[in-house]
Design a protein around this ligand. Structure first.
Ligand SMILES: [Zn+2]
Length: 224
């Protein structure tokens, strides 16, 4: 009888040990999955969660796990004046980027590492663009002392909001992000860290994200 109990205990210990080992093996991939989920949550244009504490915890865990936004905001205290509005077809009307307020500071920072791809005038507009690894950031109006081919690093001041543009007056810049296939991406979706100013409100949907992430909404003030 005693031998049978010991045998069972051994078998259970072995099973538990094997289970812990499998969990350990999966820990890294689980962490990565959590990273992706948190980045999606934190970068959502309209985060919809039940509590500001959730966002704070998400960001804390995010930082702990070493998650990093794909891009940083190109201006300080970013405030979106006009959001991205993807055209239904490439040739149709839309807003192929975001317009960000630069009322307080006209520095434009590189959203990510890259090289200066273009500096000049396009259709009367002052344009500076950066070639990142897979996508291109374009700013207007923007002027820069840098030259095509100059390397830039994430967060580096690379240009100034000045010149001509039909998107913005001297109070904002237009930031567009596109891939090599001329497909435009929502720049907001590529950034993650933000200061959240909570206004817990009624349970309603701000946009499509709400149906996925929950039915509570709050407004956020964007800040890197
Ligand atoms: Zn614009």
């Amino acid at each position: 009888m005693r031998n049978a109990v010991e045998k069972n205990m051994k078998a259970w210990r072995r099973k538990v040990w094997q289970m812990l080992r499998r969990l350990e093996e999966r820990r890294e991939s689980i962490a990565k999955l959590i990273c992706v989920m948190l980045l999606m949550i934190c970068s959502s244009a309209a985060i919809t969660v039940a509590s500001p504490l959730f966002v704070q915890h998400a960001q804390a865990v995010n930082a702990h796990l070493g998650c990093r936004a794909l891009m940083v905001w190109p201006v300080q205290n970013p405030k979106v004046i006009a959001p991205f509005d993807k055209p239904e077809q490439p040739w149709l009307a839309g807003h192929r980027g975001v317009d960000l307020s630069v009322a307080d500071n006209k520095d434009i920072r590189a959203p990510d590492d890259g090289v200066i791809r273009f500096v000049g005038i396009v259709a009367g507009k002052s344009v500076v663009s950066i070639q990142h690894t897979a996508v291109i950031s374009t700013f207007e109006p923007a002027t820069t002392p840098l030259s095509v081919g100059d390397p830039v690093t994430r967060g580096q001041i690379i240009a100034y909001a000045e010149g001509e543009s039909d998107h913005c007056s001297d109070q904002c810049i237009h930031w567009g992000v596109r891939n090599g296939k001329q497909q435009y991406l929502d720049p907001e979706s590529l950034t993650a860290r933000r200061t959240v100013v909570l206004k817990p409100v009624r349970f309603y949907a701000i946009n499509d994200h709400s149906s996925v992430l929950g039915k509570a909404a709050f407004s956020s003030m964007l800040a890197e």
